[in-house]
Write a protein that binds this ligand. Structure first.
Ligand code: GDP
Length: 465
């Protein structure tokens, strides 16, 4: 392990989010051999009636060890090893929220010999002590970062071992095949010859299961990173109104004046379980107005950075040369044409405009003023990013990029084993790729993992987790 991750030292961190005047409770967490000793030095129950039993909560005061001045009135939670998150002695000071109490308590813990925990170090210890496997550890980080209920659900599935269990089973199946082959290498004369069709069938079976898990990678990516959707279009076509109707909030300011959305307004929505960040841009158009131009330029780049562009036009005005110009700017991205203000049109005109607009991709008719067409829009967005099929594998899992990369390696290795068997190569060759697959599967659960991989995984965690 890298130096920062060496076990033994007692680590301390603020485990809750901290901000001035926010959060009624703030937690300082300690883990390690000195945790209880530090707690005993700092924490004083009224009347001195302290029972330092595990899994109990004590009420009392945290006092400065030298001056005896009260730093906070708090609760103390004790979890002795191994029945704790890290499998070490853990204590938590449940202080008042905000910044001062938790920071002062943390400082005292550090003065008494603890050291500040690295990001994810509590969870790393839980992993190193065998309390969690690597997929569960990663799920904890996902759960903390989840931006939609579906993302949280997928993280919980991982935490409950719904990825680790099938991966371990696949690895065991590969190990069994390896044992069969190796036995033939070592004791060729004593055993009946290998049943090749059976081995190939088993490898195909493993490959099939592996592919089903791998198919959840796209969903995982969408749930984790969400979608960035930019609303672009001429001023006054109803972009802000659309976003308003969509988010049913007053986040975007709606006004009759063109170009008042000078900057980018961001809203966070959830569409079909996927977190969606909507960027409402200033109307894209060439302008001499310096202030507006800054906004316009930003809009162009925002559209370029978006996963999906909603090009909004005014149904009453039809497809104008300016709309075409904007389309030229964004057409390298997936575009959905949103024909807004349809309430101003008669049915016949709607058909007419539809036939006139030759814009490729999907077209959605909306009336932001009447909150109409929003469902169609959401459906079109999910279809555009292929999120409609996300549940196809019927798994609530959502693997991450690291896991997907390892699974892809395992898959390629197993396919190579099949090819090697097909080519009648010697048994030694079969085992090489089989071992590769076993190694890759072991990396997912953490049975075979390098220090640098662990460093990379846990450094992405928040401090205190
Ligand atoms: P933006 O500049 O593209 O963001 O446009 P706004 O959202 O500020 O809307 C410009 C004007 O069009 C406002 O007066 C809105 O009330 C109006 N508007 C927006 N959407 C609709 C709609 O669907 N129907 C009608 N009739 N008016 C709309």
């Amino acid at each position: 392990m890298s130096e920062t991750f060496t076990q033994g030292a007692t680590i301390a961190a603020i485990a809750t989010a901290i901000a001035p005047q926010q959060g009624s409770i703030g937690i300082v967490r300690l883990s390690g051999e000195q945790a209880l000793e530090i707690a005993k030095t700092l924490f004083h129950a009224p009347g001195g009636r302290q029972v330092w039993e595990s899994h109990r909560i004590l009420y009392g005061y945290i006092r400065h060890p030298h001056t005896q001045q009260v730093v906070d009135e708090a609760l103390l939670l004790i979890m002795k090893a191994p029945r704790s998150y890290t499998c070490e002695d853990v204590v938590e000071f449940h202080c008042h929220g905000g910044i001062m109490p938790v920071q002062q308590v943390l400082q005292l813990c550090l003065e008494l010999g603890a050291r500040l925990a690295q990001p994810g170090e509590f969870t790393l210890r839980a992993f190193l002590n065998g309390r969690l496997d690597l997929t569960q550890a990663e799920s904890i980080s996902d759960l903390v970062g989840a931006q939609s209920p579906a993302a949280a659900q997928a993280a919980l599935a991982g935490l409950q071992g719904k990825l680790a269990t099938p991966i371990r089973q696949l690895r065991t199946a590969c190990l069994d095949v390896l044992a069969e082959i190796e036995a033939r290498i070592d004791f060729e004369e004593d055993l009946p010859p290998l049943n090749e069709p059976e081995i190939i069938a088993e490898i195909n079976h493993i490959l099939e299961k592996l592919s089903r898990i791998l198919a959840t990678a796209d969903r995982g990516e969408l749930l984790r990173t969400g979608l960035k959707v930019a609303i672009v279009g001429r001023p006054n076509v109803g972009k802000s109104s659309l976003l308003n109707a969509w988010s049913r909030s007053d986040r975007a300011i709606v006004t009759d004046l063109p170009g008042t959305t000078r900057d980018v307004v961001e809203s966070q929505l959830v569409v079909g379980g996927v977190p969606v960040q909507v960027l409402d841009t200033a109307g894209i158009r060439d302008t001499v107005d310096i202030v507006e131009k800054i906004g316009v330029e930003r809009s162009r780049s925002v559209a370029q950075a978006a996963d999906l562009v909603l090009l909004t036009i005014d149904a009453g005005a039809g497809w104008t040369p300016e709309d075409q110009e904007i389309y030229e700017q964004v057409k390298h991205r997936p575009v959905i044409l949103v024909i807004n203000k349809t309430d101003l049109l008669k049915a016949a005109e709607k058909t007419e405009i539809q036939s006139k607009i030759q814009n490729p991709g999907s077209k959605i008719f909306t009336s932001a003023a009447q909150s109409k067409g929003i469902e169609d829009l959401e459906k079109a967005i999910l279809e555009a990013v292929n999120a409609g099929n996300l549940q196809a594998a019927n798994l609530d899992l959502a693997i991450n990029q690291r896991q997907a990369a390892a699974l892809t390696r395992a898959k390629a290795a197993l396919e190579q084993v099949s090819a090697t068997i097909g080519n009648q190569l010697p048994l030694d060759f079969w085992t090489i790729d089989l071992r590769g697959a076993i190694q890759a599967l072991g990396e997912i659960t953490g049975e075979e993992v390098t220090e640098s991989v662990l460093d990379r995984i846990f450094s992405r965690f928040c401090i205190g987790k």
